[in-house]
Write a new protein. Structure first.
Length: 140
């Protein structure tokens, strides 16, 4: 599937998900795409001249300087390392509380898992349809 700028304009984004502090150089925010969770849009404010810069990060690994480059990167399926595949295999399709969150963060950036909270307000995660497909299964 080829994504277009019109697709991008229709997507929803979480506001101020990540804050960047570049000291005297810049500050900025990252906005995770709700509809394409592999995409993080980064808006930087350059302190020196008060200009702004927008960049994109796909899968937490691929920096892109233009929207066209980011949309093209989204067209390519994410490539998981052997370790990431092993970790993905430990995640279930039902909401469960992970033993450790940090090793799972790259999988969330690639849209393979999603985060939530249980009744006790504790962090939980589960496979997304993309994650299940990567493992050869399917989710409902």
């Amino acid at each position: 599937m080829s994504f277009t700028e019109a697709d991008f304009n229709a997507w929803r984004f979480n506001r101020d998900v990540v804050h960047f502090n570049g000291g005297k150089e810049f500050f900025g925010w990252g906005h995770r795409c709700v509809d394409q969770p592999r995409l993080l849009v980064i808006d930087k404010c350059i302190r020196k001249d008060r200009s702004t810069q927008r960049s994109y990060l796909v899968d937490g690994k691929t920096p892109c300087t233009s929207l066209a480059e980011a949309l093209a990167a989204l067209d390519v399926a994410p490539v998981l390392t052997d370790e990431e595949l092993r970790l993905l295999g430990t995640v279930q399709e039902e909401w469960v509380r992970p033993d450790e969150r940090v090793p799972l963060l790259p999988l969330a950036e690639m849209g393979m898992i999603e985060w939530g909270r249980n009744a006790e307000n504790r962090v939980t995660c589960r496979l997304t349809p993309a994650g299940a497909a990567m493992l050869g299964g399917a989710t409902s």
